[in-house]
Write a protein that binds this ligand. Structure first.
Ligand SMILES: NC(=O)CC[C@H](N)C(=O)O
Length: 202
């Protein structure tokens, strides 16, 4: 079973529909036992970093998320679900994250030629052949909606990059954890393929 973590924020419906669309049964849950028993765990997210962490703490989900990452089972973070894995974010002040991946979350710089948030389709270029990219061309376009991006301390964790003014890390991969800034559930065919690959990833 695939557990989609529900901490009260995030486009849970579209994430679970995407899994169903590719034939993977997923359950939206905040129950620590369900998360612990799941074979795969997804941490989606839409909203502000600080609110996200406050909700995760409020619902007692810090340890279940940490345990899922450390268990070695396949773990997928999406957008804010990527960012909160990091040490801290500068979104609306400095907020501590789960610190499961060392690094910070930075805002796009002030560039009059660039609207922030970065919203729309953009190219994702692979740095490492992550198994979740199987069957998806390097340079494919994915859907983004974000004003902040992650800067892993260990740059070798980058699985892909994207350029929007600056070239930023748009996906990270470490052992059983893949996390992406783009929204697979909003990225049509390539997104569905990544989700299908994730559900089959052992
Ligand atoms: N869509 C989102 O929630 C983006 C996550 C974060 N608030 C950012 O702006 O980067």
């Amino acid at each position: 079973m695939i557990a989609i973590i529900d901490y009260g924020m995030g486009n849970l419906r579209s994430v679970s529909k995407a899994f169903e669309a590719v034939g993977h049964q997923a359950v939206v849950t905040r129950d620590a036992r369900v998360i612990g028993n799941a074979g795969h765990v997804v941490l989606p997210g839409v909203g502000a970093f600080g609110d996200c962490m406050a909700n995760i703490e409020q619902f007692g989900l810090v340890e279940p998320i940490r345990a899922a990452v450390q268990s070695g089972k396949p773990f997928l973070g999406i957008c804010l679900g990527l960012q909160v894995l990091f040490t801290e974010s500068e979104e609306f002040g400095v907020h501590k994250g789960l610190d499961l991946i060392s690094g910070t979350v930075k805002r796009f710089g002030i560039d009059p030629s660039l609207k922030v948030p970065h919203m729309g389709w953009n190219e994702v270029r692979y740095e490492r052949r992550c198994p979740l990219f199987d069957g998806i061309a390097d340079g494919a376009h994915w859907y983004f909606v974000h004003s902040y991006y992650v800067q892993p301390t260990d740059r070798s964790l980058a699985a892909a990059t994207t350029t929007y003014g600056t070239t930023f890390v748009s996906a990270v991969w470490r052992d059983n954890v893949v996390a992406c800034q783009f929204h697979p559930e909003k990225s049509q065919a390539v997104g569905l393929r990544l989700i299908k690959n994730f559900g089959a990833w052992k």
